[in-house]
Design a protein around this ligand. Structure first.
Ligand code: GLN
Length: 481
């Protein structure tokens, strides 16, 4: 059975229910932490969703609902590796803004979750510390790059977590693990203290079992931060969704986002059913089109993101953080940089650094990076046009359900294609919510709900109404048994 300690069933308990237990004095925060630690001890050895589990001294003295943070989120006194051997042994001396806000809200830190190295990947197999397995089927990936943050929620190893999403890294693992994930509007959540990947795209987002939990955690983390000049004050306070219908809502179904090659039939069927359900709940559903966004989004992303990554990763030089190559007294400073980077970075960051520096080099800059920026503007315009007619757009989050470990590791292009539906809105800086909308071959399917900038409250309202109507059971059957 799944009841852990003090009768707390971490597989089913939502953050909201946990907060209720605390408020009514039915459990203490320490008992909650103990229950999750027991669950971690029992189930994490086979999943490897955590890179680091905190002890009492480092969990903080908060009296709230405990949380897990993706290991790109800087935590004072708690190791932060970004899934990279190059940061092995790095213990930050400061907190990221989001970690500090979680602390201020009283959320004890359970630990740091596994990810693709520097958040580069879609399966968590690029982690420098070994892959995470999907709680629904341990022969499959949990998605990525926030695979650990999705897996801990699905497996009851944390009631909620934070991930980061550059090209889909919250939405896609949420989809593959049957949990809810929000990629917020770019600029709403501080990146101060987040290990940078592609700064014009990176966002921090919550993962949880319910839309209301995601909204709550978004409310804790979002808003202007003086330490990150790209953040803004939220135009409206975060609302916890309550409505159970969708009357008056205009729902657009972008043809290309629903029909691109590679969408599995089971995924398409579940998403079509969810769209019909939206109609039954009172929404007006119509078709729309985003022809160039889907056709060019991925290519555009794979110029912009590696270009920015190549600049952001220049700081790992063996001098200031983590791994330093041992030259045995033989070699100069350049040799130290080269050897450290050769030893410390895995294959994917190396690939991105090469792609990025090439795209940015004199003579190619205009043809690649400059051109990609123009395409990005076109993508923005296409979405803006669609949002003149519709409040939200619906599509699958991922074209496939969770795939077997090892399936795509030898083929970077196949791995990159897993984000074909999440990247276009991200290039436009838009928010997106993924909610589970059923099963295909026994594995969760995610529905992507997209809105214009700062439409998080609308996304929560739509997600909550659909979630209630769908009645998805988020507990993986193999763990419930
Ligand atoms: N899978 C995409 C990539 O590898 C997106 C990753 C992310 O959002 N961090 O770049």
């Amino acid at each position: 059975m799944s009841a852990d300690t003090a009768g707390i069933d971490t597989l089913r308990l939502t953050a909201e229910e946990a907060a209720g237990l605390l408020e009514r004095g039915e459990v203490s925060s320490a008992e909650l932490v103990a229950a999750y630690r027991a669950a971690i001890e029992a189930r994490d050895p086979e999943l490897h969703a955590y890179l680091h589990v905190t002890d009492d001294e480092h969990a903080g003295d908060g009296g709230g609902v405990p949380i897990a943070l993706k290991d790109v989120i800087t935590t004072k006194g708690v190791p932060t590796t970004a899934g990279s051997r190059i940061l092995e042994g790095y213990v930050p001396v400061f907190d990221s803004t989001v970690a500090a806000r979680c602390k201020e809200a009283g959320l004890p830190l359970l630990g740091k979750t596994n990810l693709d190295e520097f958040a580069m990947g879609s399966s968590t197999e690029n982690s420098g510390f070994g892959p995470t397995r999907n709680p629904w089927d341990t022969t499959r990936v949990p998605g990525g790059s926030s695979g650990g943050s999705a897996a801990v929620v699905a497996a009851g190893l944390a009631p909620w977590s934070l991930g980061t999403d550059t090209g889909g890294s919250v939405k896609q693992p949420a989809s593959l693990c049957g949990v809810v994930g929000l990629r917020p509007t770019w600029g709403t959540v501080s990146r101060y203290g987040i290990v940078a990947f592609a700064s014009s795209l990176d966002q921090v987002g919550p993962l949880a079992k319910t839309v209301r939990d995601c909204a709550r955690l978004y409310g804790i983390t979002a808003g202007r931060d003086a330490c990150d000049s790209t953040t803004v004050e939220l135009p409206a306070p975060v609302e916890l969704p309550e409505r159970e219908d969708l009357r008056g809502l205009r729902v657009g179904v972008p043809r290309e986002l629903n029909e691109v090659d590679g969408i599995e039939p089971g995924v398409r069927e579940r998403v079509q059913e969810a769209i019909r359900l939206a109609e039954e709940l009172g929404a007006e559903v119509g078709e729309t089109t985003l022809p160039r966004s889907v056709e060019y989004g991925l290519a555009c992303y794979y110029l912009v993101a590696p270009a920015e990554a190549s600049a952001n990763l220049a700081r790992y030089d063996g001098v200031r953080y983590g791994h330093r190559a041992d030259l045995n007294g033989d070699g100069d400073l350049t040799a130290l940089y080269e050897r450290t980077r050769w030893e410390g970075f895995g294959a994917e960051p190396k690939r991105r650094i090469m792609l990025g520096t090439y795209a940015l080099s004199a003579g190619y800059y205009d043809a690649y990076y400059g051109q990609a920026q123009k395409v990005r503007t076109v993508i923005k315009q296409e979405f803006a046009a669609a949002f003149e007619d519709f409040d939200v757009l619906l599509s699958p989050t991922s074209p496939t359900v969770a795939f077997p470990l090892g399936d795509k590791v030898e083929n970077p292009l196949a791995m990159y294609l897993t984000d074909v539906l999440t990247i276009p809105p991200n290039m436009a800086g838009l928010p997106g919510l993924s909610i589970p909308c059923g099963l295909s071959e026994g594995l969760p399917v995610g529905l992507q709900i997209l809105g214009p900038q700062f439409s998080e409250n609308t996304l929560f309202a739509v997600g909550h109404a659909l979630e209630r109507a769908l009645g998805f059971d988020f507990v993986p059957p193999r763990l419930a048994a």
